[in-house]
Design a protein around this ligand. Sequence first.
Ligand code: SF4
Length: 379
Amino acid sequence: MVRYLYIHIPFCLKKCIYCDFYSVSDSIPLIDAYVEALCKEIDMRGDHISVPEAIYIGGGTPSLLKRKHFAKIIGKLNGEWRTSREMEITSEANPGTLSYRRIKAMLESGINRISIGVQSLNDNELRLLGRMHDASEAARALRDARRGGFQNISVDLIYAIPGQNSGGWKRTLDEIVRFRPQHLSTYELTPEKNTLLHEHLEKGTLCMPEEDTIAEMYYSAIDILEACGYAQYEISNFALPGYECRHNLNYWNRGEYIGLGAGAHSFRNGMRSANVGDVESYINEINEDRLPVTEAMALTAEDTVKELLFLGLRKKEGIELREMPAEVAEKMKETLGNLARQGLIESSENIITLTRKGLLLCNEVIVRLMLCIEHSRPA
Ligand code: SF4
């Protein structure tokens, strides 16, 4: 039985220039019907779910939901499994759509953790990213979340923004820690294909900061946040003691979860699957009593090992070689030795962790380990 639920709210008022998530702005009138469909999907999947450990409402922009929507979704889950304060129930929120009333509505519905997409406290950077809020609205959202009663607040930040320098990034970090959120995620801006950001970079109308500057930004996040009492528990994630995100840890630990809503992904019984992405098709499928699953893939033994590597190595605690089949651990020995000599990994008692240098070059480490598994595959 699955104890982790993800609920996708795929609506945004405006598309940010770097975003390749599934989100739509023209289907907002469908929110009522969408929430109805979500509740029906909870019923349809109920046999595979037991009392949840963590529920995560992500998007898109969940803070576009009204009081009645939060009450309906959490009320439905509560009716089935009795939600409690001990569960981690998170909702993402966008400062541009987060009024004090909405914060109170979230809390009253049972949501006990809020993840606020601040991204930057510099107005020029926020404008460039295409965010709909400015720095003062982000600060107000943080103050309101605290004043409203949230005791578990997470903040998302982005660095390596075109035009940003190390000093500007450090100012955002210094300002954000004054709000004392319990949790922080700091993501490097990556230009994904089919985004406006990618287009600008191709045309040369924007350019990314130099690699050395990006490295300096990454390390300054670790140093500033650790000096303020935040422990880094994953490449991009930091928490005060006891506030690590249970939902994310389950994902990196390859725990099972069920994703509800348009475009949501699930992992159960060794299968990864995805719901149909289009909002209208999702609602129609559910209303026709069909599970809206469009993709399902059973993982092979090799897929599983690769996932153990690329999800597990992201965590500060690393991976245990014992979790790998013996023949795979044997194949990786030489590459692991090389990576250790280059100062990218450390290994002790069969546990492999990334060094400070390895954290920055995590993708390279993972690719080299994957290649060594693939190259030693029997022809
Ligand atoms: S608010 Fe989030 S999901 Fe919506 S467009 Fe911006 S980055 Fe994408």
